[in-house]
Design a protein. Structure first.
Length: 421
């Protein structure tokens, strides 16, 4: 367990290079289970969640090698187990993403029911509804859930998702690629990470159309080969550093970004008065060119404003002129950072899924705690702007999802120390 000591810093300046996306690489790694051939994945961020996924895949029979820094190969000649171990699944909810590939390749998958987390119950009913629609029998036994394909394997069908769940869309897509016949996923998630997964699966020989829209068509094939793929840049990491530039009134170049994935964040920061230059694969964020004022945020599935940027954006809104509102519609309990920001002097009122943030807070350093990955990032941003030193505990939440997080901040002039307990 470690702590960060975040000193008042800024204005941040210089260049930060964005890593491969955590929320893309995890499904890509799970998809490699679908072929007995070698898959090579580049721009893999060095994160605890990636290490957890490696452990899970290895326990199922995959052989994973570090080809070079940030590049891994995955070969699953044979799947030796169709059951993900409790202790591994318990560490990371995204483990559920091995369910679709196991079912597709071996006709069976047994998983401990993933627990909820700080931001919500995070059920998997939509995952199971989709797998059942493909002909799998779903059996609950104690704290486990098992999916079994019938003798003839999975059969394509049309599935309507009551909510455009990212994970459910990914799991169903990975199950459907080897099913008999055609599958349509309606009201599918449209996130860039879904498109990245579909592109990888199509390189393996799948026949997927419509990824990135609300209807995805998957024509089942008999076999998938290995493929090489580069993970898309992490839009949430990019958004976090855009906000670091804004909250410190700095001037930061964000390289290896995909501006098209960042439209809601660009639009909202511009509404606040932040100047943003957009290049092909970079952004320049100028928080140093004039006054900044309040705006209103409502999180929605992509292409709406991303829920993962809600807490870092709220930290920023405490420092601008005027009152802002933030409405969180994706997760039922994603205001855990509010109490911690209040400890630092922010004035935030919440009622249900709505928060009202008064601006011009005189933030001051104190002891706070990270409650989830993005809430932890929000506290780092607030600490940069606060007077004095902010001590952040439970930083394992942060380090599971941001590669070289404080090294990148130090590269922009932030003063952050890491203390191991
Ligand atoms: C993915 O989680 C991301 N994680 C999350 O990022 C992200 O916040 C989320 O998508 C939304 O964009 C990964 O990709 C590994 P969902 P996921 O299924 O797939 C409800 C981060 O910080 N739901 O789209 O779990 C669910 O409870 C993490 O990087 C059901 O009701 O998100 C939630 O309220 C946090 N039944 C909503 O849908 C289901 O079967 C969105 O969940 C599935 C989901």
């Amino acid at each position: 367990m470690g702590k960060y000591l975040v000193h008042h810093s800024g204005p941040l300046s210089g260049e930060v290079v964005i890593s491969g996306a955590k929320n893309a690489v995890l499904p890509l790694m799970a998809a490699a289970l679908l072929s007995e051939d070698k898959c090579v994945i580049r721009d893999v961020p060095q994160l605890r969640d990636v290490a957890f996924m490696k452990e899970i895949l290895t326990s199922l029979g995959a052989e994973i090698e570090e080809v070079e820094e940030n590049t891994i190969s995955i070969v699953t000649e044979d799947i030796v187990s169709t059951e993900a171990q409790f202790d591994l699944v318990n560490k990371m909810r995204a483990s559920i993403l091995v369910m679709g590939p196991l079912l597709a390749r071996k006709g069976r998958a047994r998983m401990p029911l993933p627990g909820g987390c700080a931001i919500g119950a995070r059920p998997i009913d939509l995952h199971l509804k989709g797998l059942e629609a493909l002909g799998a029998e779903i059996i609950f036994k104690d704290t486990y859930v098992e999916a079994r394909a019938g003798g003839q394997g999975l059969i394509g069908d049309t599935i309507y998702l009551d909510f455009p769940s990212v994970g459910a869309t990914e799991n169903i897509m990975m199950a459907a690629v080897l099913a008999e016949g055609v599958t349509f996923i309606e009201n599918a998630a449209e996130e860039p990470e879904i498109v990245d997964l579909a592109n990888f699966l199509n390189k393996m020989g799948a026949r997927i159309k419509g990824a990135g829209t609300d209807t995805i068509k998957i024509e089942g094939v008999k076999h998938l080969s290995g493929a090489k793929h580069t993970v898309i840049p992490d839009r949430i990491e990019a958004g976090t550093f855009m906000l670091a530039a804004a909250i410190t009134r700095g001037n930061v170049r964000i390289s290896n970004a995909v501006p098209d994935h960042l439209k809601p964040i660009i639009a909202k920061l511009r509404e606040c008065g932040v100047r943003i230059e957009v290049g092909d694969e970079y952004l320049i964020v100028r928080g140093d060119l004039g006054p900044q004022s309040a705006t209103d945020i409502k999180t929605l599935p992509y292409p709406g404003f991303p829920t993962d940027i809600q807490s870092p954006f709220m930290a920023y809104l405490t420092t601008v002129e005027g009152a802002s509102t933030v409405i969180e519609t994706v997760f039922e309990n994603r205001f855990m950072h509010v109490s911690q920001l209040r400890k630092m002097g922010a004035s935030i009122e919440t009622a249900g899924n709505k928060a009202i943030i008064k601006g011009n807070a005189s933030l001051r350093g104190t002891q706070v705690m990270a409650t989830d990955l993005r809430a932890g990032a929000a506290l780092v941003l607030a600490g940069l702007a606060a007077e004095g030193v902010t001590e952040i505990s439970e930083i394992y939440h942060i380090e599971r999802g941001y590669e070289k997080f404080i090294e990148k901040f130090r590269g922009l002039g932030a003063v952050i120390e890491r203390i191991d307990d």
